[in-house]
Structures are given as structure tokens and as C-alpha cells.
Design a protein. Sequence first.
Length: 292
Amino acid sequence: METKRRLPKAVIILLIIIASAAAAVGVAALALHIYGFRYMRVPASDMSAEDGEEYNKFLGVVDKSGNIYRGRIIYANGLSATVDPKTGFVEYSNGDRYKGTLKDLERDGHGRLEFENGDVYEGDFVMGAITGSGVYTYKNGDVYDGDFVDGKKSGDGKYTWADGSVYDGGFENDKKNGAGKYTWADGSSFEGEYSFDLKNGTGKYIYANGDVYEGGFRDDVRSGDGTYTWANGDSYTGQFSSNLPNGEGTYTWAKGRSYTGHFVNGVIVRAAEDEGDTPDTNTPEGGTDTEG
């Protein structure tokens, strides 16, 4: 009859130590979990993914609802952040600060982002990007209140410059686009159609000196059919190009007389019957409509 071989005493002691250590680790892990310690690894959004890295990571403490309370976030693009429960801010390694809701370690929902350069944005975020509606205040005093898509002004909004000039209307990809009204600090204004920051289509321009042009524009220049009315009461209705009467049109003097015929670069081709009434078709600012 064979006798069972007993394990050496040293091996038995080693096994007991290993089992005890494993149990201690398990108890410690359970305690850490109970007290809110977490390690998270979540897929990165397009905003934070870079160089093939696909995950954002977090090590720290969460509250009873699972929301991040304190700890450190490492983003896939190399940016890192510290969550400070005392201030309520997420402090980024590039100097930016954020207070608001997070989802999958990204800014998502409503929040306030203070940039290192002094700019401040308060409004909506989607997966780390400024998307939705909000107010962006620039360090120089300019303010934009309106819609954003991926950090760029897109949709309807109002941009107010520090000097008091205001544009209220459509935007696309950070440029004025669609219908809008631009009012300059000197009192002049334009209301009409824009195409990527340039006046295109029809609109009404009121100059600071009282002159008014209403009609067509092309690439910021008066072009096509329109009417220009001078502050002295004279007016021209007809064709424009290069900001001046060009083509067929009618010039009406404030006194009541009028001339209908052909114009070239603002000049009547046929001499006026009364040279004293030869029209001065010069327009403010040399015929240019510059925006502040």
C-alpha cells in the first residue's frame, strides 16, 4: 500500500502566503471600489484621438452616481487634465479650464470653458467639441452669441465688436453667410445677403453721410441693378458695376430734372444740357464698402 506524499512544509507556507496575499488584494480592491476608486478606459472621440491612440483614460474617484469627482484624465491626443473637487474645474495641461458636465471623459452637455489666452466660452458641448448654442467672449472684448458646429460659428448668431459694431445674421464655417445685418460703429449699415463674408445678392447699404444704395452686390461690390440716393436728394437708378453707374440708367436731380441714357464709370456719355447740373456720381469711401 502506497503512502501519499506530503507537500514540503515550505511549499505549504508559500501557498498560504500566496492565498493570503490574493485575498488581501481582493479585499483591498473591493474596499477601493466601495470608496469610489476607479480606472476607466473609454473610446476617444475624433476631438481627442491622435496618432493611432484610441482611448481616453481616467484614474481617480467617482461619486455615488458614477460621476468623476477627483483624479487624472489622460487623453488620446496627449493632453492631460486634473479634476479638482475644491474648485469644480477640470484643469487641462494646456492651461485651459472647464466647469460643466462630462460624458465618457469628454466635455458634453452644458459648461464653461476658460481658455489659456483669456477667451471664455459658455454653452453647449458635444463629445468635446463646442457644438450647439452658446456665448463666446474674446479677450479683446468682442462677443459672439449664437450657434456653433465643431468650434466654428455656424447657424444664426450675433457678433458684437468691442468698438460697438454689430453683425446679426447667418454664419457658416466662421464666416458671415446668408441673410444678415451689419451695423458699424459710425452708424452706417448693410442689410442683405452675404456669401462667406462678402456681400453677394441684394441688399441695402446706408452710409454714415446719409447716402443710401439699394440693389445688387457681387463680391462686396455694387453690381447689377440698383438705386443710389445721395444725401442731397439726387438719385440714380439703373445698372452698376465696379461700384459705379455703368450701363443704362436714369439720373434724377433733386431739382426735378432727370437724364436717362448710358453711363460709363459713373459718367454720362452724352454731355449734360446744363453743365451746372452734371451729376457727381462719386460715392462715399471712393465707392468701396469696407467692414470694420
